[in-house]
Design a protein around this ligand. Structure first.
Ligand SMILES: N[C@@H](CCC(=O)N[C@@H](CS)C(=O)NCC(=O)O)C(=O)O
Length: 375
């Protein structure tokens, strides 16, 4: 086993799905161990710094916490197999990574937690079996399930906006289905970084829990096939009879993909804008010293960002992490020639996403020693 990587995670975890798919698609040998395993608490968490999953243990004993950091570890040492080289592709890939990892948490949590008739037995099985047979197993399970239920509210699902969350998700699902009818992966014939980010909500929650899985299988067969495909070591594109093996040529972004991004922009842009105001305010008041951990939320009461989408007012926790991922998009954009910048800008305007190039925090974020930190 020493030559294999160990992925600490669980089947029903959103962020584990992203890292697992990367390992599978890139033929990296690994075994998966539950974070309920004693070794996670005793050996891994002290080095991972936070008890989140996924965490990767490398054959030489390095511990890497965070899905994006795990992927970056391999991309950096293997010639970046999943990063498109051309400007528009790379920007869109990195944008899907941010939006996938951070921008679809409302539908993911809603479809998991607000349909107990369909989902509760399935969820109870998974949460219970993420705990060892120790005393207080049931209490720990209940605690974890309640904590995650609350997360849905933190991400902006309220008692009165279920229909809104569902309508927006269905618009997105249908647009993605139309796109994935034409190509097996977002940018063509192989997965890019953005496919893995997008898989995070689309696998464990929206493509696996009974209620949303049934919707996906019924309403979006091509998306369902993509979710399957993303967990296969093969290209798994049998329905495409003239499949290629690379990203689309000439930096092409099909109109069908622009449509997907136009729907995603509807809440991602106002939410990011509102979150930036709240976080910048918090930074001004708290002035964290360099290297301080940037926690997922700023703190109780401090972190509420209010924004409007289609006349609907939403309130969600403002999370610094999305800006850490967004920085990568903005940093890359800054390196482009003015012609390439103009092309990218023109594309993002068509997607309704041009503003995200300008929404910044007053302090940069870094990922150091397994923690997201203020720089
Ligand atoms: N930025 C981290 C987030 C990881 C994360 O929040 N994972 C969830 C499970 S999907 C978790 O461990 N939650 C437990 C907790 O926050 O206590 C990543 O991308 O890996």
């Amino acid at each position: 086993m020493r030559d294999k990587y160990t992925l600490y995670g669980i089947p029903h975890s959103l962020y584990t799905g992203r890292a697992r798919a990367y390992l599978i698609k890139n033929a990296i040998p690994f075994r998966e161990v539950s974070c309920g395993h004693e070794s996670f608490k005793t050996n891994i968490v002290p080095k991972a710094k936070l008890a989140t999953i996924p965490v990767l243990l490398t054959p030489n004993g390095q511990v890497i916490r965070d899905g994006a950091a795990i992927i970056e570890h391999f991309e950096n040492s293997n010639g970046r197999p999943c990063r498109p080289e051309s400007p528009r592709h790379r920007i869109i890939s990195d944008l899907f990574d941010v939006i996938g990892a951070e921008g679809l948490l409302r539908p993911a949590m809603h479809y998991r937690w607000n349909f107990p008739t369909e989902n509760l037995d399935f969820l109870t099985y998974h949460f219970l079996n993420a705990q060892t047979m120790a005393p207080h197993r049931q209490e720990k399970t209940d605690h974890m399930m309640n904590k995650m239920r609350f997360a849905g509210r933190m991400f902006g699902v309220s008692d009165t906006n279920h229909k809104f969350v569902e309508d927006l998700y269905m618009q997105f699902l249908r647009a993605l289905d139309t796109h994935l009818a034409t190509v097996p992966y977002l940018l063509g014939w192989k997965p890019c970084i953005g496919d893995f980010g997008l898989l995070a909500p689309m696998f464990a929650h929206l493509g696996r829990d009974p209620k949303p899985l049934a919707i996906m299988q019924r309403e979006a067969i091509h998306v369902y096939r993509w979710v399957e495909r993303m967990n296969s070591p093969e290209q798994d594109a049998a329905e495409f009879f003239e499949a290629g093996d690379d990203f689309l040529s000439e930096d092409l972004i099909p109109n069908t993909l622009v449509e997907v991004l136009r729907v995603l922009a509807k809440d991602f842009v106002p939410e990011t804008l509102a979150a930036s105001v709240v976080i910048n305010d918090w930074l001004a008041n708290n002035n964290p010293s360099v290297g301080t951990s940037a926690s997922r939320y700023l703190g109780q009461g401090d972190s509420k960002a209010e924004f409007i989408v289609d006349d609907q007012s939403l309130i969600a926790g403002a999370q610094p992490y999305r800006f850490y991922l967004l920085q990568r998009v903005q940093d890359y954009f800054a390196t482009l020639s003015s012609d390439d910048q103009a092309n990218v800008l023109c594309l993002l305007e068509r997607c309704g996403l041009e503003t995200v190039l300008e929404i910044t925090l007053d302090r940069r974020l870094g990922h150091q020693d397994n923690l997201d930190v203020w720089l």
